[in-house]
Write a protein that binds this ligand. Structure first.
Ligand code: MLT
Length: 400
């Protein structure tokens, strides 16, 4: 008899963004004359930086040539990419991360889910509330449903989780935060690392949106003392370089990171992750890794920065325009997401429907990210500038 992973039955029927896409498609079908503006899912709209396009073409040419063709590459990523990441994302910023600690992958979403493969059952897991649904769903899939602790991310906590009073095993942190757009400062991050060291917890730090940081807030958890002993970091080229349709990211598992087993032996998590990757993953394609390496050339850095600035301009436009008409808005600074407190008399979903039906603007209901997201909607700044201008005009007009 075929048995199934019954934990899947504990999940919500479908993934948040799948539900939203279904609603929006139905609305468009019923209203073909309406121009719907999508500021829901955080998907980029600017084309790839030209340096990446050139690198993709060059890589494709190499693959079509007998002398330069490549088959399987290293599962951990090509040295040319791991070395440039170690230099540009870490050592140039004063952080000591070895290229061997970097594992190139097809993105942060996969890795934040797959990482649970290397841990045992019945872990106490802390996640923010609201939270990126992947952390929660993958823990439910892994059977941790009954030991998930939700840490409220409310106005009182600056829309970031704060360390719990009791010890936990795994902690998911995300800064700049998805969905609230809040960014951790050094002090807050240090408090989390101190908590983890004291309680023998492991932090899973999602830095997918770090490229949006324009002040001196930390881009990496390894900027704070002790983090290499208690944190894994996930990075993504999706938002930094517009790779949502290309797929590339990486995970840092420092060699200092160990856990002690029941019999007292110290196990390096990097070795377990390496074992997992070499068995279940054949690496990211050569062509894509070439494009990712191009991001770190001077021209690549410039083109990516221009794209990030474009989305940040959208975010501040949305934030300021909605504040002007009296909405309470946070995020949207050093982050691509604007977190809007909805007017009395609405739930997150009813306000989502209201905006879709009356302004034809797609947002994401805050409650879709967790109970503490009730009363909010998330607005993405990844649309075109013109769409963002029109969307806020339409929303403002509803208030008039
Ligand atoms: C989001 O809208 O939260 C993101 O696009 C999701 C993701 O990056 O997977």
């Amino acid at each position: 008899m075929i048995t199934i992973n019954k934990n899947y039955l504990d999940l919500e029927k479908s993934y948040l963004f799948t539900d939203i896409a279904r609603k929006v498609n139905a609305f468009e079908k019923a209203n073909p004359d309406k121009k719907v503006i999508r500021l829901g899912i955080g998907d980029v709209t600017l084309p790839l930086p030209q340096v990446c396009v050139d690198a993709l073409k060059e890589g494709a040419e190499e693959m079509g040539n007998k002398e330069t063709f490549r088959g399987y590459g290293p599962e951990q990523g090509y040295p040319f990419l791991r070395d440039i990441i170690a230099k540009c994302d870490f050592s140039d910023r004063g952080i000591d991360i070895d290229a061997d600690d970097i594992f190139v992958s097809d993105g942060a979403k996969s890795d934040t889910g797959n990482i649970l493969d290397i841990f045992g059952p019945n872990l106490k897991v802390a996640v923010g509330d609201p939270v990126y649904p992947v952390y929660l769903d993958t823990n439910i899939m892994a059977g941790n449903k009954d030991s998930i602790i939700k840490l409220p991310c409310t106005a009182e906590t600056n829309f970031q989780p704060v360390p719990p009073s009791k010890p936990v095993d795994l902690i998911y942190l995300c800064s700049p935060n998805n969905p609230t757009g809040s960014v951790m400062d050094h002090e807050t991050m240090q408090a989390w690392v101190d908590y983890a060291l004291e309680n023998k917890s492991l932090i899973l730090f999602d830095a997918a949106y770090e490229a949006f940081i324009s002040d001196d807030s930390p881009h990496s958890i390894y900027e704070v003392n002790g983090a290499k002993k208690c944190a894994i970091e996930f990075r993504s080229f999706s938002k930094k370089a517009g790779f949502t349709g290309v797929r590339c990211g990486y995970t840092v598992v420092p060699s200092d990171l160990t856990v002690t087993t029941e019999n007292g032996s110290e196990i390096k998590l990097r070795e377990l992750w390496n074992r997992r990757q070499t068995t279940k993953f054949n690496g990211v394609s050569y062509i894509v890794q070439k494009a990712a390496a191009a991001v770190y050339t001077p021209e690549g850095e410039k083109q990516c920065r221009e794209n990030i600035e474009y989305y940040l301009r959208n975010a501040s436009l949305i934030k300021e325009a909605l504040e002007e008409v009296g909405y309470e808005v946070s995020g949207g600074k050093n982050a691509p997401y604007v977190w809007l407190s909805i007017p009395d008399g609405h739930t997150s979903w009813s306000f989502f429907d209201y905006l879709l039906e009356n302004a034809n603007v797609v947002t994401t209901p805050g409650s879709g990210f967790g109970a503490c997201g009730e009363g909010y909607i998330r607005i993405s700044s990844f649309g075109s500038y013109e769409d963002c201008v029109e969307a806020v005009e339409r929303i403002k007009n509803l208030k008039a």
